[in-house]
Ligand binder design. Structure first.
Ligand code: NDP
Length: 485
């Protein structure tokens, strides 16, 4: 089979990197190289920024409705190519094809449709000083912006950044993760087919240090929207802050799942299985610390482990597969190292704990058994550091104060889930949790209008709805005297 060669999307064309060099693209389910990725660098980034700068005046001058119509056209093309995109995402990332079909690709279309239709509704404020002055706010697109996304939800998170930037009239230079570049490449072709003007969106492939760093450093990039690990976010902020770039950082998480004795136990267990292991636990919103109130601890544990047995690890293309491969060999080894750490810290292994073997074409794939530990202190490293894989811990608690203390004890503050039928407690605890997103009796329920982002080391700024449109714009106040001087 010929190698699947990815190209950069630069000034409306699909082109090779300036260096002519490519990196291997590995299929996680087989461990085999199946394609090539441009190894782009500062030269490609500079060309992309120049193309975006040239496209900017015409793009920002277009009526929002026209920009929105183009974004909706891209959404329609994503829908029309759903199967092809889902297959590419599954192959590139290792996730079950069935999941890519119902989650990743439909959500990518929704991102374009949501922000395409939001653009004409984006209004600004007026502040009237009676008899003295009228102030009105103008929101200008920031200019050329950089969007950098991770490998766990490749097209989903890539489009979540690009769509609002384009909607408000910014031009974009975007870099997907080198681990999962395929659907971003396929998106380039769809943008060309939709008639997106050359230079409005440029997609440059390559490594973080080689290509992402050049994007962050480029003086023509006025704002950066980044989703990725906390350590990378810290490095990125240190580079961009002295250059006074606007920054939106969506970073890591170590999310608590608080299960009270009065909850609907069946729903809590069913959804906790999903929130622990969906996408092999590689969703920043996965709840990896399960705190269960002591009276139902044993019952919850028994039922959780029983349902865990149905989390079939297998070929992502197999319809019966619930758990595919981890995204890369390096990531698999990182997660295995955390399993060793959990043993070293005295944890009791309740399930999983080993690399999984999937026979046939997937014999060399990066599979891991869904893993559960108990008996670990809340403040040990296993319970404090982000693992970002199918590894969770179970911990009993006795009081609300105790579980709140444990839940809030990490450096992260992305999301939390509460399971209770007590309405007062749900409200009280939600507001006491240091998390940007709190779910009560549900998980991963998303409304694209709501603010999305983390507290503490989980990020800076919010995405979603108006927050995203505001981020990619610069507010200007115009003050008009009503007295004539
Ligand atoms: P990384 O931080 O390793 O990478 C994220 C992106 O940044 C990739 O495109 C990467 O490129 C790029 N990058 C790496 N180094 C640099 C650099 N010096 N300058 C510019 N760009 C750089 O994260 P992962 O891809 O490993 O993703 C997993 C992390 O993302 C987890 O911590 C997870 O919690 C977080 N995440 C957060 C979400 C949120 O909404 N808060 C949502 C989803 C994930 P390359 O891959 O090519 O090296």
């Amino acid at each position: 089979m010929p190698m699947f060669r990815i190209q950069n999307y630069l000034n409306g064309q699909l082109v090779a990197p300036a260096s002519g060099q490519y990196l291997p693209n590995i299929e996680p389910a087989t461990g085999q190289v199946y394609g090539e990725i441009p190894d782009s660098g500062p030269v490609d980034v500079a060309a992309a920024v120049a193309a975006a700068e040239a496209a900017l005046p015409a793009w920002r001058a277009r009526p929002a409705e026209e920009r929105g119509r183009l974004l909706e056209k891209i959404a329609d093309l994503i829908d029309a190519n759903l199967e092809r995109l889902a297959q590419a995402e599954s192959r590139d990332n290792g996730k079950p094809l069935a999941l890519a079909r119902v989650m990743d690709i439909p959500r990518a279309a929704s991102n374009f449709r949501f922000f395409g239709t939001a653009a004409p509704h984006f209004a600004t404020e007026a502040h009237v000083q009676e008899g003295l002055a009228l102030n009105y706010t103008v929101r200008h697109p920031v200019g050329v912006v950089g969007c950098i996304s991770p490998w766990n939800l490749p097209l989903y998170l890539f489009t979540w950044k690009i769509a609002p930037a384009l909607a408000v009239g910014c031009c974009v230079v975007a870099k997907p993760s080198e681990i999962t570049p395929a659907t971003a490449f396929l998106l380039s072709a769809l943008c060309i087919e939709a008639g997106l003007p050359a230079g409005v969106l440029n997609i440059i492939h390559g490594t973080g240090p080689g290509c992402g760093q050049a994007l962050v450093e480029h003086p023509g990039i006025k704002a950066i929207s980044f989703t990725g690990g906390t350590a990378t976010g810290r490095h990125l902020a240190a580079t961009a802050a002295p250059l006074f770039k606007k920054l939106s950082l969506e970073l890591g998480g170590k999310n608590p799942n608080l299960v009270f004795a009065d909850c609907d136990l069946a729903a809590a267990v069913r959804t906790s299985i999903r929130s622990s292991f969906a996408n092999q636990g590689q969703i920043c919103l996965c709840g990896s610390r399960l705190f269960v109130e002591r009276p139902i601890y044993e019952q919850f544990k028994t039922e959780f482990l029983r349902q865990l047995a149905d989390q079939t690890v297998g070929d992502p293309l197999d319809a019966a597969t619930k758990q595919g491969a981890l995204a890369s060999e390096a990531h698999l080894h990182k997660v295995l190292a955390y399993i060793k750490l959990a043993h070293d810290e005295g944890g009791t292994l309740l399930a999983g704990g080993h690399r999984a073997t999937v026979p046939g074409r997937c014999a060399d794939g990066y599979f891991l058994e869904p893993t559960v530990f108990e008996g670990l202190p809340y403040d040990c490293r296993t319970n404090q550091e982000e693992i970002f894989g199918p590894v969770v811990t179970l911990t009993p608690f006795d009081t609300e104060a105790e579980v709140l203390h444990m839940a809030n004890s990490t450096e992260y503050g992305l999301s939390a889930t509460i399971w209770t039928q007590n309405l007062t407690r749900a409200h009280r605890l939600s507001q006491a949790l240091h998390s940007g997103v709190v779910w009560v009796n549900t998980w991963l329920h998303r409304d694209l209008r709501t603010p999305f982002g983390g507290m503490k080391n989980s990020g800076v700024g919010r995405e979603g709805g108006l927050e995203a449109l505001r981020f990619f714009t610069e507010a200007q106040n115009v003050c008009i005297s009503l007295t004539g001087g």
